[in-house]
Ligand binder design. Structure first.
Ligand SMILES: [Zn+2]
Length: 337
């Protein structure tokens, strides 16, 4: 092997070792190659004067180039190994941490949970049902015949001839009564859908809370007692309730539930149209036809049902004047709750 080939072989070996070195072995490598006493490059430099004169020039150049290259590569490698350590040192552990973004409950969720909690104290169990319903559960079993205006395709989101998005949570009452014998004491919170024109007071999707109590000897007095107690627990101890005769296909007798206006305490203001009262839901004694549809004996048990939107009571309670705010997901609004 010629002297130049030998220098080239050593060069490749030196570069390979430097590239593979870590911060611990790098200094050892430097001594091994460039060390003043026994470094391999140092030995080559010392051997230059012994090389025959005709080869000495080229050999000397090659060896000096090798020394320069090894020196440079060692420095590069040292810098590369030090870089991550510098990055670590750049983290200032005394800086305040990033504040984790805490979420909060949507006002509808808050209101619904509070309602569930109040009825839970009165022994009502929470049940849920599907949002896509068939006509039997949404209409027929609830004593709403085919010619009833509530079944108009323009007033419902039909998915096909048989299925629709439920327009009320009363469907859950039917499903529960079909599947278990009395006594039944349930509430069913959930979303319902109606093709309403969206404005400050209406949304085509909203939430309802439906209640049902069926047992021997349940009377209208129980209905009034439960709903009056709920109104005081939800709106405050001073709120008054009023039951106005009404009509629903699935209850007889039926009533609308009013609470005294929260804004004017019943004196009369624009929000309550100067009546002092605000309607929040409907209720009544379960119609015997409904019991018949689900196979209950109407001579044996009686019961009452009620239902109200969750949005309206929540808006009254939290002072919200536009239902659309609840569904626009504007954080400036939602952060207030
Ligand atoms: Zn008022």
């Amino acid at each position: 092997m010629s002297r130049l080939d030998h220098v080239e072989t050593l060069r490749r070996e030196a570069l390979r070792q430097i590239e593979a070195a870590d911060s611990q072995t790098l200094e050892t490598l430097r001594i091994e190659w460039l060390g003043r006493k026994s470094g391999q490059v140092t030995a080559l430099l010392r051997s230059i004067p012994t090389v025959p004169a005709e080869e000495r020039g080229a050999f000397g150049q090659a060896v000096n180039a090798l020394k320069a290259e090894v020196t440079a590569r060692l420095a590069e490698r040292k810098a590369a190994l030090a870089a991550p350590a510098q990055a670590r040192a750049a983290v200032d552990v005394t800086m305040p941490g990033r504040q984790p973004a805490l979420g909060r409950l949507h006002p509808i969720t808050r209101a619904a949970r509070e309602m569930i909690e109040i009825f839970g104290r009165l022994g009502f169990e929470v049940v849920e049902g599907p949002e896509v319903e068939d006509e039997w559960h949404n209409f027929v079993a609830l004593n709403i015949p085919p010619e009833h205006p509530a079944r108009d395709p323009l007033d419902n989101y039909y998915l096909d001839d048989r299925l629709l998005l439920r327009t009320q949570t009363s469907t859950v009452q039917i499903r529960v009564m079909e599947n278990r014998p009395p006594p039944v004491r349930i509430i069913a919170p959930g979303r319902v859908y109606r093709p309403e024109t969206v404005d400050a007071g209406h949304s085509n999707m909203f939430h309802q809370l439906e209640g049902l109590w069926v047992e021997q000897g349940v009377t209208f007095a129980d209905l009034k007692g439960v709903l009056s107690m709920f109104a005081r627990a939800f709106f405050g101890p001073d709120v008054r309730t009023r039951f106005l005769p009404s009509y629903f296909p699935f209850t007889e007798p039926s009533a609308e539930l009013y609470v005294s206006c929260l804004l004017c305490a019943g004196k009369g203001c624009p929000a309550c149209k100067r009546t002092g009262w605000m309607e929040i839901g409907g209720c009544g004694m379960v119609d015997p036809n409904v019991f018949e549809a689900v196979g209950y004996d109407a001579e044996e048990v009686t019961g009452f049902a009620f239902g109200f939107g969750i949005e309206r009571p929540a808006m009254l309670k939290y002072g919200i004047n536009d239902i659309r705010l609840l569904f626009e997901n504007d954080l400036r609004f939602l952060r207030q709750f």
